[in-house]
Design a binder for this molecule. Structure first.
Ligand SMILES: [Ca+2]
Length: 397
């Protein structure tokens, strides 16, 4: 079980790794082999109390929490998922999957992709674990693959055994890719189907073209086939997107909320309905047009919203059903408080504002804590010692 003591132990896990060069230049980003260096023995009895680096924050409604840095020196981490046994799976954009095991206080590289197109915003992006992971050990990855002189995005499935990923199967292939706007988030919906955010691959003709998978939110079965209930004949679930990178379902209403990068500002939070058109590039931001959806929230200047999760735990009662969004350029964790079960936001605030730099993903752990990934090595950030890291937010009484 994930406890405060074990969380504290994880701070030691990857601390011996070398900080890598920035990922903006793929030529200078060799595989950062997490050298099994003659590491010092892990601290046998990690203190359950945070070190002096843990900083206390207070929300507008008086919730006090501290941010503990539990894992450091990751290389452009992009997505994280907890397994039912408490292990934390993390992708790194250059092409690695790490499994962080709290019980044995160890991080292992479970997979290194050898055909990843890791340039600019592209590379190994989203990940999801099967809802029945305890039985089937399936791990789903979305990544940009080098194909000939070009690249495509694809969804692949692996089976985890002994902290290694094998038995690869390609479930969805040839989603248009580019150095930018690859979307990349993968999540299972409450309907048990796989949802994927696909960016416009830097081609504004594609989001309104229903013959292309670019600029869409996609929905497929676990075996890669098209669900019977999809609005069109293929994987497309919604269209007219520019570069959506975060999504989660409201715990009460079941509505799918998604974050999307706009063009020079005009970042969006939308509620996604099957078959709906979200406007890009015809309209953006708060603009309106018949037959197209206007976002719930828009942000100019850009905050660059990425991973998003509704709060479902009990550790922070005041956060129930709030949506948390990791922002890159915004350098904060955005908290949106929905207006009950309406498709409206009652209030919002910026947490961790400017304190940890760029943030890529946020999820709720089995312990009810919020876990946040930094993204300061992605070529656009300012590195501080220990980047990139996983932050754990826990209440302070
Ligand atoms: Ca839009």
């Amino acid at each position: 079980m994930w406890t405060a003591a074990l969380g504290g132990a994880l701070a030691l896990v990857i601390a011996t790794q070398t900080v890598q060069t920035r990922a903006c230049d793929p030529q200078s980003t060799p595989s950062p082999s997490p050298a099994p260096s003659p590491a010092p023995a892990p601290s046998p009895t990690p203190a359950p109390t945070p070190g002096p680096a843990a900083e206390v924050f207070t929300t507008a409604d008086g919730v006090r929490f501290r941010a503990e840095s539990i894992v450091t020196n990751l290389v452009v981490p992009w997505s994280m998922s907890f397994a039912p046994d408490g292990r934390l799976f993390v992708t790194e954009r250059p092409g690695r999957v790490r499994i962080i095991d709290a019980a044995i206080r160890q991080s292992e590289v479970a997979l290194t992709l050898d055909d990843v197109f890791a340039q600019s915003e592209a590379g190994l992006l989203g990940m999801a674990l099967d809802p029945e992971f305890s039985q089937n050990r399936w791990v789903y990855l979305y990544y940009t693959a080098r194909v000939g002189s070009g690249a495509v995005n694809r969804l692949v499935r692996y089976r985890e055994a002994g902290t290694r990923l094998g038995e690869r199967a390609v479930l969805l292939d040839n989603v248009p890719a580019a150095g930018i706007h690859d979307g990349g988030r993968v999540r299972f919906g409450p309907d048990g189907l796989i949802y994927i955010t696909a960016g416009d691959a830097a081609n504004t003709r594609l989001p309104q073209d229903l013959s292309s998978l670019a600029g869409k939110i996609l929905r497929i079965n676990r075996d890669g086939t098209t669900p019977r209930g999809n609005p069109f004949s293929g994987p497309i679930y919604s269209y007219g997107h520019r570069n959506p990178q975060g999504m989660d379902w409201h715990p009460v209403t079941g509505d799918l909320w998604a974050s999307e990068h706009g063009n020079t500002g005009n970042d969006e939070i939308n509620v996604i309905d099957a078959g709906a058109n979200y406007g890009w590039p015809t309209i953006e931001g708060s603009a309106q047009m018949s037959g197209m959806r206007t976002p719930l929230m828009t942000y100019s200047p850009a905050i660059a919203p990425s991973g998003a999760s509704f709060y479902r735990g009990t550790l922070f009662p005041r956060f129930a059903n709030n949506l948390f969004v990791a922002t890159l350029r915004g350098n904060h964790l955005l908290r949106l408080i929905p207006e009950g079960t309406n498709r409206r936001v009652a209030s919002q605030e910026r947490l961790l504002d400017g304190r940890f730099g760029r943030l890529r993903d946020v999820t709720v752990g089995p312990d009810g804590a919020l876990y946040v990934l930094t993204n300061n090595q992605d070529g656009r950030g300012s590195l501080t010692s220990g980047d990139d890291r996983i932050l754990r937010l826990v209440p302070v009484t």
